[in-house]
Design a protein around this ligand. Sequence first.
Ligand SMILES: C[S@@+](CC[C@H](N)C(=O)[O-])C[C@H]1O[C@@H](n2cnc3c(N)ncnc32)[C@H](O)[C@@H]1O
Length: 281
Amino acid sequence: MLAYRHAFHAGNHGDVLKHLVLMQVLQHMNQKDKGWRYVDTHAGAGGYALDGSYARQKSEYVDGVGRLWNRDDLPPALADYVGLVRSLNGDTRALKQYPGSPLIAQALMRPQDQLRLFELHPTDHRILASTFEGDPSVEVRMVDGFDALKSQLPPPTRRSLVMIDPSYEGDRDYARVVTTLRDALVRFAEGTYLVWYPQVGKLGARELPRKLQTLSPKGWLHARLTLSTTDERGYGMVGSGVFVINPPFTLHAALREWLPYLAQALSQIDEPQWLLDHKAV
Ligand SMILES: C[S@@+](CC[C@H](N)C(=O)[O-])C[C@H]1O[C@@H](n2cnc3c(N)ncnc32)[C@H](O)[C@@H]1O
């Protein structure tokens, strides 16, 4: 039984960090003509109405993309990201729609590129499938994304980005991220893999970056933003992180340009913290 619906969280600070890094990796991959395959193991609905009943319940986007929406001092990468969201909103000043990772990848894909989108929730799968219906470059399947990744590796052109963005509803997803990546790297060691994780008190979340480092002998990048504090009972997501296995060599320098700005812009506390660490080979 899947309780998680990304519509409640669309455009929040976690999405901003994840989608910015997604854009930067795909923009880098677009510097070569050879086609790539983007695999989204947990694709969600593809796009979200911010004025819909789900998103309005918590309005998490207000402290996410909403904080960047009207800024006129954005670093170039952030201006690109806001520009992409704005184009989905008909280039108006009103922020009503937010793209999920599939629509962001679609915005950056070229005729030679392909999308493989996996989503297990029947409702979100239906929305996703109808969004991409009739596009021969895109395959949408209602399957377990952790399991289905096997069928995609290695990709025919030997160029791919895999996004692993589970809901972490139970503790099991943390372990499945690690086992799935261990297997994926045996099948295709050269691929780029992007994992998002929430910064919460759970052991699985705290240990995930270290476990992913041990899987990544050919290089990795880890970026994390801490933007709020836990509630009075010690619960809550205080920030989030992205871990990239085999990152583009330009990614670390790119993030150094805008991560401190993003931390300040999105922070709900006086002293936000950001971390940027990497191993290059
Ligand atoms: C965090 S959301 C994905 C958001 C999306 N990647 C984005 O950035 O727009 C996680 C999604 O994974 C789906 N899901 C949960 N378990 C899954 C599984 N084992 N395989 C595929 N999808 C799953 C959930 O229904 C949910 O839509």
